[in-house]
Design a binder for this molecule. Structure first.
Ligand code: 13P
Length: 236
């Protein structure tokens, strides 16, 4: 069964997050949808939600610490309050905007792996690398696996080309197929595609071999659109 995940990034309030999660939960129940659905709200909107087993609330980020003096960060003490055991690591915005290095990301990965968290680990190349060619693109992605244990059971990988995020541009079907096939040679866990997924293209994307689901940003923030995409995911 294919997976669908919504990354809120810096969107939605505590109040609108609650409404969103409740509405998605009711929808899954009503439609008897069993696919794994993930929602990653902002840190300020994390909470204890009464939801079905296949709807998971995760954190977009956390520091590799229980608690301490790390201004602006949260640690496992704050996640434990809401029993959150799922984390996004290596997202391109954290790599390229917030400046997280591969070394730091690998450290974070290993910290959360040791605690048994479900990790959605993101990789993907920037435009200048894509433009050089497929060999360089794959080389760039392999470097993003440095220090990452790909045999970790509780892992999901998301391939998200940086240039496709929030831009409305997506790779060709052939490119997604080639890259997913290559990544799948290294892993047995699910592999999601992310980058400008929306109601109009999710069906075609899910039909590409080795695409086990999607990680969606802007296209998922409207709950009606997200529900529609969950429904499409359920038919695959
Ligand atoms: P968009 O769906 O807005 O392109 O973002 C993708 C993404 O970064 C999900 O993590």
């Amino acid at each position: 069964m294919k997976i669908i995940a919504s990354n809120f990034k810096t969107n939605h309030t505590r109040k609108s997050t609650k409404l969103f999660v409740e509405e998605v939960n009711q929808f899954l129940e009503k439609e008897n949808i069993k696919n794994d659905v993930y929602v990653f709200p902002t840190a300020t909107s994390l909470d204890t939600f009464e939801v079905l087993d296949n709807l998971t609330i995760g954190t977009q980020n956390a520091y590799y610490v229980k608690n301490g003096s790390f201004t602006g960060e949260i640690g496992t003490e704050q996640l434990d309050e809401f029993n959150i055991k799922t984390i996004l690591i290596g997202h391109s915005e954290r790599r390229h905007i917030l400046g997280e290095s591969q070394k730091e990301i690998a450290y974070k990965y290993n910290y959360y792996k040791a605690l048994g968290y479900k990790i959605i680990y993101c990789v993907g190349e920037p435009l200048e690398v894509k433009e050089i060619g497929m060999t360089e693109t794959l080389g760039y992605i392999w470097n993003q696996f440095d220090g990452i244990d790909l045999e970790y059971d509780n892992l999901v990988i998301a391939y998200e080309p940086v240039w496709a995020i929030g831009t409305g541009k997506i790779p060709t079907t052939e490119d997604i197929e080639i890259i997913h096939k290559k990544i799948k040679k290294k892993i047995t866990q699910p592999l999601l595609y992310g980058g400008s997924v929306k109601t109009s293209n999710i069906s075609d994307i899910l039909d590409i071999p080795n695409v086990d689901g999607t990680l969606i940003g802007s296209g998922s923030w409207n709950v009606e659109d997200f529900k529609e995409m969950i429904k499409i995911t359920n038919t695959k």
